[in-house]
Write a protein that binds this ligand. Structure first.
Ligand code: FES
Length: 106
């Protein structure tokens, strides 16, 4: 498991940029007691997604919207919403002892 940040650093619906296992940007969002991690650079034109806005879709599912051209995704699975033309890569996370970890595959 790769540590991303302290849970105490995460404000509600305040996207935070963290570092992935290879030094890449990963954006972390805390929403209603749940934690999500996704690639930190927008797949459209590379805006930092930590500058984006967290929200919810019509089903109450947490979403993230890019600040530049407002592509938007569902955080649970990275599914594109509205105008987004590509999915967002999302990563499983686990909270343990006040730290949020990215869970590696396998
Ligand atoms: S750079 Fe993110 S929507 Fe265009």
């Amino acid at each position: 498991m790769h540590p991303l940040c302290k849970v105490s650093e995460l404000g509600e619906d305040a996207p935070l940029e963290c570092e992935g296992p290879g030094g890449e940007a990963v954006v972390v969002v805390r929403s209603d007691g749940r934690f999500f991690a996704a690639e930190g650079v927008c797949p459209h034109q590379g805006a930092p997604l930590a500058d984006g806005e967290a929200g919810v879709d019509e089903n109450g599912e947490p979403t993230l919207t890019c600040c530049l051209h407002f592509w938007s995704w569902r955080l649970a699975d990275g599914a594109p919403l509205e105008d987004a033309e590509e999915s967002l890569r999302v990563f499983p996370v686990r909270e343990e002892g006040g730290t949020l970890y990215m869970v590696s595959d396998g």
